[in-house]
Design a protein around this ligand. Sequence first.
Ligand SMILES: Nc1nc2c(ncn2[C@@H]2O[C@H](COP(=O)(O)OP(=O)(O)OP(=O)(O)O)[C@@H](O)[C@H]2O)c(=O)[nH]1
Length: 518
Amino acid sequence: MEAKQLQTLKQNNTLLCQFIVKLSAFYEGFSDKIDTELKVLRGHLSGTPNFSLATVSIEKLNKSLQHQEITLRKYSVDTVSSLEDAMKQLQKIVFEDSELKGLTTQELIKLNQPIGDIFSIYKLYAKAIALHRIALNKEMVGLSPIDSGENSHSGKDDTKAHAPQDENPHYRSILVELNHLITSYAQKKPDDHQLTDIKQRLDEGMDKEQLLKSCVVILRMIVQDAMSEASLTGKVIQSLHRSLSEVSNDVSNTIENSKSQFEQRQVGNEQLKRHISHIEEAMSESESFEALKEQTQFCVEKLVTALSEQQDSDEQGQEAIMALLSSMQSRIDTLQQQTSVYKKKLAEQAMQSRTDPLTRLPNRQAYNERLETAYTRFKSNGHSLAVAVVDIDHFKSINDRFGHATGDKTLQVVSKFLKQSLSENDFVARWGGEEFVMLLPDAEMADIDKKLNEVRTKLAAMPFKFKQEKVKITASFGATCFGQDDTTESVFERADEYLYKAKRSGRNLVVTDLSTDV
Ligand SMILES: Nc1nc2c(ncn2[C@@H]2O[C@H](COP(=O)(O)OP(=O)(O)OP(=O)(O)O)[C@@H](O)[C@H]2O)c(=O)[nH]1
């Protein structure tokens, strides 16, 4: 029986450890505080378990969760990077307004600092919305009245629709930014009528009042989305917290049960010893065989009763422990399901935060991460690594002549083409606007020069047709290899210089380290 009891305790301990490991895996990276406390808890449960300290640790974990001290880092990174993009776009729009430019720079600095909790993201959101509002108000004040007739239009022709507004670069930039946001949200909510409606009106042409209203609608949508994400996260954490408390109770009850069963068993053992020593006494003291027989029978009956009581009590204890263990197992299963659903959601979010919504190419964040890895590899093994920057030529004229929707479609086709043109080890991302960036590992510059020239000529030969008009799309390229003294920034700057050299030299060109006039 004692062996059984030990086995139960061992099972109990194993289950607990499994649970802690699963929970640790789920929370990894969420919060340093929780990570540290989970480590402490694991320490208490490994080797010779110390359940008293483990219970204290579980209590501490409960408190941490209750006080919402979990930093939702993964979710925050996603949100902060969209805010950062929005701020950078705004900075471009307000470059002539020193006050607003200063405010956006301050906001960008804050966005680059570590985010404490979900509430500080709300503050950053509020600030971003306020800055957009100020920018839009200034824009409205500086422009002629909306219904003066000059700027309002309802025609369906893209070419005409954008023409009067095109003269204002701020209006154009807001259009582009709004279009980005809508494209990004349309992926998430393909059936949202409000979004489809704004997208359609944007393609047809919007006056300033409509544009302002649409911006407010989209910003509201972003905030609502952020809040519902946060409340979903909160619900998951609350439910995990509940399950954790229940498991903690089960653990305490199991320990209590085991202790009292152990004590009962010790009492039982003492009783058995007493009965046996009575038999021994009877054997040494009895004067006749009959008296000995009678006393022995009496003692044996007592012994049998004590043994049977002990057996009943053991069985009851075992049943209670088994019931607690099975309840614990089902709670752990539930926890596992909850964590795997949430993990999947986090993985989807992480994927989305690294993908450009319009072209489905990796975005700048994904490029930076990939570059870090490639650069570390280059530094450790010295294999060659090149960076190429690609920019579609005269892209503005595609938008101006055929409309923004055609411009978007062109970006999608070119992106697909660039991706297909590269080999598996190469990497292409959308840098922003009509600009792309490539990472080309393990190739000599002569081969890269050749490859990029092939891509360039194939693109120039691709048959684009907009509104019955055949259009030639070309791009300029700048590419350079990492040298021993290079940093990731210096290489990008050099590739960018080459790109501008290609633009200045007439476009539809590849300029690399090998180009003679560099
Ligand atoms: N349709 C569309 N246009 C975009 C997007 N992002 C940026 N643009 C536009 O791309 C244009 C880029 O114009 P410029 O930077 O002047 O460059 P360009 O016309 O390509 O001329 P060069 O680069 O000098 O050959 C701007 O008009 C932007 O509004 C987008 O996602 N979709």
